[in-house]
Design a protein around this ligand. Sequence first.
Ligand code: ZN
Length: 505
Amino acid sequence: MAGSRVEDHPSYQKLLEIMGTLEDLGGALALLNWDQSVNMPQAAAAERARQRATLARFIHEMATSDQVLGLLQELASQVDLDSLEDAPSMIRVALRDVEKRRKLPAEFVARKAEAVGIAQTHWEQAKQAKDFSLFRDDLKRIVELAIEEAELLGYEEDPYDALLDNYEPETRTADVERVFRELRDELVPMIRAIGERPQVDDSFLYLAYDRKKQWDFGIEMLKAIGFDLERGRQDYSAHPFTIGISGSDVRITTFAADDLKPALFATLHEGGHGIHDQGTPARYRRTVLGGPPGLGICESQSRLFENVIGRSKLFWSHHYPRLQEYFPEQLGGVDLDRFYKAINKVEPSLIRVEADELTYHLHIIIRFELERALIHGKLRVDQLPEAWDAKMEEYLGIRPPDPSQGVLQDTHWAIGAIGYFPTYSLGSLLASHWYQLAVTERPEVEEELAQGRCDALRAWLEERVYSYGRKLSPPKLVEAVTGGPITPRPFLEYARAKFGEIYGF
Ligand code: ZN
């Protein structure tokens, strides 16, 4: 339409109004979720579940309505959908969301929700009893549902593509496979070489550390990395998480534990997610562009602040004396070098969430390979525990003594999330790549880090990564920022330099 801007079109104004309403409802739902994990009395569980389901249904119905689809199709015909301007991007992203969500019939969504609800209970029982057979039939059903979901969503090459797309849009299994193969081929010998070196001592991290002092130091660290406590807050929860209620209300949680690592690194991890949420441009608020483009991109922020920054010598060269002031009894006799090595100890272990920066990726690769084999029908659920143990042995040289410390450890499959795991590794790889670029483009990033601050790094992230909001899918965002497809090279260079120095290989 020559001479008229789509922004002035009444249909576009209507679209903005609906997107705003959906975001408001989404924020209310997020607040219910946050409250459930932080404050809610236990007796309220069933009623809260109903409240959440009601709100979620309203949101789903409004977001996928014929009216919204009609508006979007009308507007899409009037703009260049490849444009990165705000209005065409909103139309493009919203249209993709609606078309994707409408591919799953309400009957399928309800059937999956029911299967997952039962599966979670059985998974908890199986984990408790260390007995895979209590969860086996549920997992069979979940794998069948995942295959059905992939067919409903559609794919070009690989049914796993359709599942991966739920968490990391437009990311192809073949690309993940290429990246993971390169990663695995270098990590397995690197971890083996580390195993032949004298192990570092980290016993002092497991002494009793006062929780109140840990909390206070954690708040200091949040301020240091730049999480804005005027527009967010931290609380305790059983499993740390980050949730955005609105643009000016981002909530994170951390562990309450006696030893030093859980709360400290959860705070840095969730703080990284929080900085990402808070750094999204204000003009995207109450629109579909305000969220993250994919979970791998989210995780690239948390792992950047948790690992690349939070386990670096530069960062601790400034902050460690302060930590020693908080804990003179535990750390007074431990110098910076010993502390730095302890928080970077590499050792094959059974549990993914407790794994170090290197072995972590092998935990993910194992899950990715098994998920694909299940979806492709090359592995049966009955064979899964044995296949799991064999891969642990092959990649990490250890075997779980029971399924609770093996195939049953994660909740993801029980909640029907197949295709989710790869995003954890992709995020960690990107974290190293972002940092390498930021330091090259702005040398002051490291000067500031040595003074305990991250302002220049955050400014770089806001300009080069967050400024797109959801305008670009993860592969396109990576291309725009790094000039190429995702690669494990920067991470492997970082790993070789860092752990080569720590372990002397
Ligand atoms: Zn995370």
